[in-house]
Design a protein around this ligand. Structure first.
Ligand code: ZN
Length: 354
């Protein structure tokens, strides 16, 4: 089964974790033996080789760099210009991967169809396709920078990440989008970028939905009904997204899959977190929608966590191939499963770019 993963922080892993994604997962793990600078050292799950083994031939890959105001305790860059420069390092890595045939950037419906055909005919010889997205807009110094990013291939953007941002309030913060947020949304719409609703806090989410009329998806988001946290979407938010023809990607960060996760105490075994929880989230969205057209996969694997905080039945990203059989067992048809594993995001992109 061909798989589209709508959220992978590939360049962050390369540039901040110093992971060469051309190495197999096992080699990256070995190279991190003894490192303690980050909690997920040695627990990585993503590499190009593992993506190929899992037939994940297409993904949304991010640029990500937070700007923090002096009063903000979150980690981040002290100026938007530094955050911008960080994203420029990240795009330089994507371009270097393109130059050696590991990745290919997809920016149009025509390129998308060409890539899917090439992958189905000879996946060994076809680079992995990626659509460039920006997670959190703080690095957009002013709106001219958004157009520069568009020219570099950017096709999706989430206005916020964690905490208060320049253009919107994100996870674990409270506030609206303000004038700057509205101007950003106008520019997003003008450029026909996809708005990523993931990480918007409740207030910013609803203000965005009132103001914005362009294409919207949620690249990596689970359901609040299972884990009651502002990072998750309520049924009302999910219904709003469904009404706007959005697709919602299922995230594999364990704390978003099982309730009451405690960092450093909980682990995949003592919480019994597995892909069964992903199936539960998929099914909830399909029940809300009354069809299988609004849910996809957006794992966020290696997005600051590894196997210590992921489903116990996922050793590498290749294990996403377990999902189709689990959906069959749940009574899903082959057509539903194709929608969920890739079809919905592909249709969304084709509609947006036509
Ligand atoms: Zn995220």
């Amino acid at each position: 089964m061909f798989i589209f993963d709508a959220h992978l922080d590939l360049s962050m892993n390369a540039m901040e974790w110093n992971r060469d994604l051309r190495w197999p997962v096992a080699d990256i793990r070995k190279s991190e033996n003894g490192l303690t600078d980050k909690p997920d050292r040695g627990n990585n799950t993503v590499s190009f080789d593992a993506m190929r083994k899992g037939n994940i031939g297409l993904c949304v890959a991010t640029q990500i760099a937070r700007y923090v105001h002096k009063s903000n305790p979150l980690p981040g860059w002290n100026s938007p210009q530094q955050a911008w420069a960080q994203t420029q390092g990240q795009i330089a890595w994507y371009k270097a991967m393109e130059a050696i045939g590991e990745l290919t950037q997809i920016t149009s419906a025509q390129e998308l169809m060409k890539h899917i055909n090439a992958w189905s005919q000879d996946k060994e010889k076809t680079p992995i396709g990626y659509i460039l997205s920006l997670e959190g807009a703080d690095s957009i110094v002013n709106l001219d920078y958004l157009e520069k990013s568009y020219e570099q291939g950017l096709r999706a953007i989430g206005p916020a990440h964690y905490g208060p941002g320049t253009y919107a309030f994100g996870t674990d913060s409270v506030g609206g989008i303000g004038r700057k947020g509205r101007e950003l949304l106008k520019e997003i719409q003008r450029l026909n970028l996809i708005l990523d609703a993931t990480h918007l806090c409740n207030q910013s989410f609803w203000e965005t939905m009132t103001f914005y009329e362009g294409p919207v998806w949620a690249s990596h988001n689970n359901c609040r009904t299972f884990v009651d946290h502002n990072r998750q979407f309520s049924d009302e938010q999910l219904s709003e997204l469904i009404n706007r023809k959005a697709v919602i990607g299922m995230a594999l960060d364990a704390w978003m899959m099982v309730p009451n996760w405690q960092r450093g105490v909980s682990n995949p075994i003592n919480t019994n977190v597995t892909l069964a929880h992903t199936i539960q989230n998929i099914d909830h969205i399909c029940q809300l929608a009354g069809n299988s057209l609004h849910v996809g996969i957006g794992t966020d694997l290696d997005g600051g966590f590894g196997t210590e905080q992921g489903p116990s039945d996922v050793d590498t990203i290749a294990d996403l191939q377990k999902i189709p059989q689990m959906l069959i067992n749940k009574g899903y048809t082959p057509e539903d499963i194709e929608n969920i594993m890739h079809g919905n995001f592909v249709r969304f992109l084709t509609d947006t770019w036509q």
